[in-house]
Design a protein around this ligand. Structure first.
Ligand SMILES: C[S@@+](CC[C@H](N)C(=O)[O-])C[C@H]1O[C@@H](n2cnc3c(N)ncnc32)[C@H](O)[C@@H]1O
Length: 268
């Protein structure tokens, strides 16, 4: 693997990504479908959380989903088999050393991957060489700076900041969502359009309270506890108070907001 991966590959991280995909499917995927016969590369498919949705929404497109992690790919294959998918091929590969000829694909899809790379523009430029002229690149990223909630809590913001700093130390950028437009333009993509996708969660939306506020966002922050303490960014009491306050936003009178960014560009 060419980049450190801050969330790790343990089962809870996998479960979290599956929960996240289920809760966010409409918000992130409602406007993505690929025509029959098109060849689509999904780069950094992980455990297949997006793959299943993508392939189900475009049953007559052919997907090649790659990742550097053999364990994640095995999990993704299991998810695809369980969903009865026949239009996805999984392959172990590094975005920076891909085994495909130029212009092999009609579309490329990348979700929650650039945030872990120290050279996101290079990754996009490499991936765009695989597109046929006129083919599209779709990129989805989060931005932890877009997080706000009620009740507000300094401790919770500090716990989130630990995650942002750890990701930066690992060469990534947890605030990358806001940069999608300039990154995609710099990578040479044309007609780039970025749309913010805000997740707004209050207790009238119990699926999102559980699937997003608790099991996706707060679980992700909770997952960096030991690393943040080891790195001297926080102490256990302060971090735990922050996580407790994040869970508090999932209570009946709590509200949680987060914005994803989805960019679509075209190879000229
Ligand atoms: C946060 S996960 C996202 C997985 C999936 N796209 C999703 O949305 O659920 C990031 C994935 O990118 C993969 N990854 C990181 N660097 C990579 C690289 N250089 N080449 C291929 N995959 C990479 C990791 O192994 C991990 O599975």
């Amino acid at each position: 693997m060419s980049e450190a991966y801050v969330h790790g590959y343990h089962p809870r991280a996998n479960e979290r990504l599956q929960d996240q995909a289920a809760a966010l499917v409409d918000l992130l995927h409602s406007d993505t479908s690929y025509p029959p016969g098109s060849m689509v590369l999904e780069a950094g498919c992980g455990v297949g959380a997006q793959t299943v949705t993508l392939a189900q929404r475009s049953p007559d497109a052919q997907f090649t989903s790659i990742d550097v992690s053999a364990d994640s790919l095995a999990e993704a294959q299991r998810a695809a088999d369980a969903a009865g998918l026949t239009n996805v091929q999984f392959r172990q590969a590094d975005i920076f050393a891909l085994p495909f000829a130029p212009e092999s694909f009609d579309h490329v899809f990348v979700c929650f991957v650039l945030e872990h790379l120290s050279r996101p523009v290079d990754a996009l430029a490499i991936l765009s060489t695989l597109l046929r002229p006129g083919g599209t690149m779709t990129v989805i990223e989060g931005d932890h700076g877009s997080t706000y909630f009620h009740p507000d809590s300094r401790a919770a913001h500090m716990a989130i900041q630990c995650q942002v700093q750890l990701q930066r130390l690992a060469g990534g950028n947890a605030l990358i969502g806001r940069q999608l437009y300039p990154l995609m333009v710099e990578a040479g993509l044309e007609a780039v359009h970025v749309s913010p996708r805000m997740v707004y969660v209050d207790s009238s939306k119990p699926g999102l309270v559980d699937g997003f506020t608790r099991k996706t966002f707060t679980a992700m922050i909770e997952g960096v506890r030991e690393s943040a303490i080891e790195a001297g960014m926080t102490d256990p009491e302060a971090f735990d108070a922050g996580v407790r306050d994040l869970y508090r936003t999932a209570a009946a009178d709590g509200v949680f907001c987060y914005t994803f960014f989805k960019g679509v560009g075209r190879r000229g």
